[in-house]
Design a protein around this ligand. Structure first.
Ligand SMILES: Cc1ncc(C[n+]2csc(CCOP(=O)(O)OP(=O)(O)O)c2C)c(N)n1
Ligand SMILES: [Mg+2]
Length: 576
């Protein structure tokens, strides 16, 4: 090798991303990225393979595409944004990914620091003076596990490996790396660039537990009369779903989900208890909290003091929650799939006929509440509603019938989320995804990222009208068109922010706002045609206001999606 042969830092950045196995760079470029864009052209010219660039007209879509891709695959990708401005636009997505423990490497260029042409990449534009804030990383610091400024090209690959291992280690999450322009343009000797292999520098995963604690959990479960489990994000790992379904059947555990980010248990399992944790808590003598941040609302759900709680979670202490407040009797920081399998193995060996009989009787008793739940849902879905006030129960039950079990639903239905969760039957892991964070406008970008990860599945985004506004939809359908990622968007139009109205009613049930029926939550205007926003970027669009038309509208939209176009269905579910 010629020891004086050189390449730019930007070249090694691309090479380093390749080494990490990064498949996509969701990008929104600016003046800071000139050295990267130049290198990409050189690589293309030489026919060298680099991570695929997905251009996103808005950073909100870039970061949420990475979120959707990571939610399905577990593999964090790169997002490249423009200095502080792009970081600010991506910050809400960073909040969502941080709360969802989703890995992503957000990279922002940094404005050049030289002013007189001292180095390649030196300041040559007005904005280079104004896009250099004192503490750029503070924009996303509350939402990162790690942050760094690339100090010199010679450590590019080591820094990338470090950031990648951080984001992929349990609990996973976002990292932030900033790249000064002169550093990107700097020439580095090839001979000084080292490799940092995954097997020696890679991520650390949580695993199972010692036999003693597994035995303790097993014996508590075997002596419980009415065990329940509450979970929200165990379903990010299909193996954990299978382990939970098996253990629930083995021990007669009734499983509840509260504000789930994933489908955690097959809805057809006799042990699935639904989403009303309060019902389970009322009679439970033993509760398992499995990968859950907020198992219930303490103000609403009263827990009996006699109930014992075992908490198994990738993050038991909730290290990023300043306040948490759920008492547990045994806290185990571990991987749920491994622990549940360990416990099931012990119980299988210990269980006798009497235990199996007791469990069978218990599971039989679940049938009553389960049948009642299904009956209520069936009844609610019978009434299709009126013109301009289509029932969301009916709409979501109709969508459920029209889609396949492999199709993936992204839930941003907000006040209609209970209807979505209850009516859209899911039986397979990773077919229902929601954001763990509170930043609205995630579902469009996430749907695109999910479609990228699962080209064979249909992706259905169900979103409130307010959230659709937040989702930067022109950017969603532009990217959908450019990269042939068809998604089906259903906009639930209730004329604004029902959640905001309900918050006021909860705090001031007899207040002035209730009396005046004014909650500052109506989004009104003579023309509201959400479907046209899709149409403007090549999507198929429809608006439906008559319940009789719902099934046919859905069918036409799905046909368009199957033919390769996105579809936007604007549904009038009635003014709030
Ligand atoms: C970025 C962001 N801004 C504001 C909010 C506050 N917020 C929470 S729910 C909500 C209303 C959402 O409206 P929509 O999607 O139509 O759902 P609906 O409440 O009508 O069911 C708002 C504004 C938020 N969570 N995130
Ligand atoms: Mg709304």
């Amino acid at each position: 090798m010629n020891h004086h042969q050189q390449n730019t830092t930007a070249h090694f950045l691309i090479e380093g991303l390749n080494d990490l196995g990064i498949e996509y760079i969701f990008s929104n470029f600016g003046t800071d990225h000139a050295p990267i864009i130049e290198e990409l052209a050189r690589w293309d010219e030489q026919g060298r393979k680099h991570p695929k660039i997905i251009l996103c007209p808005h950073e909100n879509v870039a970061i949420h595409m990475a979120a959707g891709f990571a939610a399905i695959t577990g593999r964090g990708q790169a997002v490249v944004v423009h200095v502080d401005a792009g970081t600010a636009n991506a910050a809400m997505g960073m909040h969502n990914m941080f709360r969802g423990r989703l890995p992503v490497m957000l990279m922002a260029g940094k404005a050049p620091f030289t002013m007189r042409g001292e180095l390649t990449g030196s300041r040559d534009n007005y904005v280079h003076f104004v896009q250099d804030p004192f503490d750029m990383a503070s924009l996303v610091r509350p939402y990162t596990k790690w942050e760094y400024v690339l100090p010199h090209g010679v450590v590019t690959k080591e820094v990338l490996r470090r950031g990648h291992s951080m984001m992929q280690s349990d609990p996973k999450g976002p990292v932030y790396l900033t790249l000064p322009r002169e550093v990107l343009a700097e020439k580095i000797n090839i001979s000084s660039m080292h490799n940092f292999e995954e097997d020696r520098y890679g991520a650390v995963s949580s695993g199972g537990i010692d036999d003693e604690r597994a035995q303790a959990i097993a014996s508590k479960l075997m002596s419980a009369k009415s065990p329940i489990a509450v979970t929200a994000y165990l379903g990010r790992n299909p193996e954990a779903v299978a382990a939970l379904e098996e253990l629930a059947l083995l021990c007669g555990i009734q499983v509840f989900e509260f504000s789930p980010n994933y489908m955690n248990i097959n809805r057809n399992s006799p042990c699935f208890g639904g989403f009303d944790v309060g019902k389970g808590v009322a009679s439970a003598d033993l509760g398992l909290l499995l990968d859950v941040d907020v198992p219930w609302l303490p103000k609403v759900v009263k827990v009996k003091s006699e109930t014992r709680w075992l908490h198994i979670d990738v993050d038991t202490i909730k290290k990023d929650f300043p306040m948490w407040g759920f008492a547990t009797d045994m806290r185990i920081n571990a991987d749920c799939a491994s622990v549940l399998k360990q416990v099931a193995n012990i119980i299988r060996k210990k269980a006798d006929a009497a235990f199996h009989q007791q469990v069978a009787t218990r599971i039989e008793s679940f049938k009553v509440s389960s049948a009642q739940r299904k009956d209520n849902l069936h009844r609610a879905a019978q009434d299709a509603g009126k013109v301009n006030a289509i029932s969301s129960d009916y709409l979501l039950a109709t969508i459920s019938k029209a889609i396949d079990q492999n199709d993936i639903v992204i839930n941003e239905a907000i006040r209609n989320a209970p209807q979505l969760l209850n009516h859209i039957e899911r039986t397979l892991p990773l077919t229902l995804i929601s954001s763990a964070g509170g930043g609205l406008g995630y579902s469009g970008g996430m749907a695109l990222g999910v479609k990228l990860a699962c080209p064979q599945s249909r992706v259905i985004q169900i979103v409130g009208d307010g959230s659709f506004h937040f989702s930067t939809p022109t950017s969603v359908y532009a990217a959908s068109q450019q990269y042939q990622l068809p998604i089906f968007t259903v906009v639930l139009d209730n004329g604004g922010w029902q959640a905001v109205k309900e918050a006021v009613v909860r705090v001031y049930p007899d207040g002035a706002a209730v009396h005046a029926n004014e909650f500052q939550a109506r989004l009104q205007g003579q023309v509201r045609q959400f479907e046209k926003i899709g149409e403007a970027f090549g999507a198929y669009g429809e608006c439906v206001s008559d319940p009789k038309e719902v099934a046919a509208s859905i069918a036409r939209c799905l046909k368009a999606v199957d033919a390769g176009k996105s579809a936007v269905l604007h549904v009038q579910i009635g003014q709030q």
